[in-house]
Design a protein around this ligand. Sequence first.
Ligand SMILES: NC(=O)c1ccc[n+]([C@@H]2O[C@H](COP(=O)([O-])OP(=O)(O)OC[C@H]3O[C@@H](n4cnc5c(N)ncnc54)[C@H](OP(=O)(O)O)[C@@H]3O)[C@@H](O)[C@H]2O)c1
Length: 286
Amino acid sequence: MRILVTGAQGILGQAIRESLASRNTLYLWGRDEGDVRDLERIRTSAKGIEFDAVIHAAAMTAVDRCETELDLAMATNRDGTRNVAALARERGATLVYVSTDYVFDGSKQGPYVEDDPPRPINAYGRSKLAGEEATREAGGKFLIARTSWVFGEGGKNFVDAIAEKLQRREAPEVVTDQQGSPTYARDLARGIEKLLRIGATGTVHVTNSGVTSWHGFAVEIARYLGSPLTVRETTSDRFPRPAPRPKNSVLSGERYRALTGESLPSWQEALHDYLGRRSVRKGAAA
Ligand SMILES: NC(=O)c1ccc[n+]([C@@H]2O[C@H](COP(=O)([O-])OP(=O)(O)OC[C@H]3O[C@@H](n4cnc5c(N)ncnc54)[C@H](OP(=O)(O)O)[C@@H]3O)[C@@H](O)[C@H]2O)c1
């Protein structure tokens, strides 16, 4: 496939480059090729290239900053998506819009299915939901791939933050009252590729398998690294942040499984793979 990727310097963008380049022709766009808020600029950048799909991974992802910079969040996540969707439609390509568990309010008991009504509780979630609506309204072929708790090379992520704390011999304190499915950017990239290859459209949840809390996630990081430190428990009300987070971020993998005949690996396997590669990288850098 020929795939145009926006946000190529972000966590997912880098994983797409690592995991998909050998089987596909990739056009990797960072900000230099076009700020997605500028439709004419991205049209110009796309002149002379042919692509079957656009994986739109560019987004304003700083969840707390979105609370105070809502205009920028909407300009990037809603209007930018409308622009990328227009480009994809004009060129007859399938748009993959990468969306988030944060479109839900977290009050459901059990995993969210694709058709559950979204009800975001923070500005980031509202801007990403507006991006979903822009994707549907554009009139082209689209796939909305909702994911959650992404970790991977090339950006700030929870796994590195906890690992670095443990290595400084500081015991992390982590919330127990938010549940979700950590997702390795490489598995997400491969999952999206699989969905594109089978021609899936509409909305599909794409996460690693299994459920944990942020605390459980941190405990597994400490265990894998052989840290003697205890990961201390806390709760969201004792750890207030500008943007409220949903308590339940668990996305059902049933539709993904029905479409592809398989599930993404467990979050533990994915975490071990990431931490193994991370120690090789650190070793190589030392
Ligand atoms: N990370 C998560 O936990 C998570 C969870 C659910 C869904 N998602 C979604 O997954 C997708 C990929 O996220 P990620 O984790 O890879 O995020 P990321 O590491 O923050 O990458 C996003 C990239 O988009 C770029 N970008 C921001 N505004 C732009 C603009 N106006 N024009 C062009 N590029 C722009 C950023 O560049 P700068 O660094 O220069 O700003 C960055 O390289 C996003 O749609 C996100 O909403 C992420």
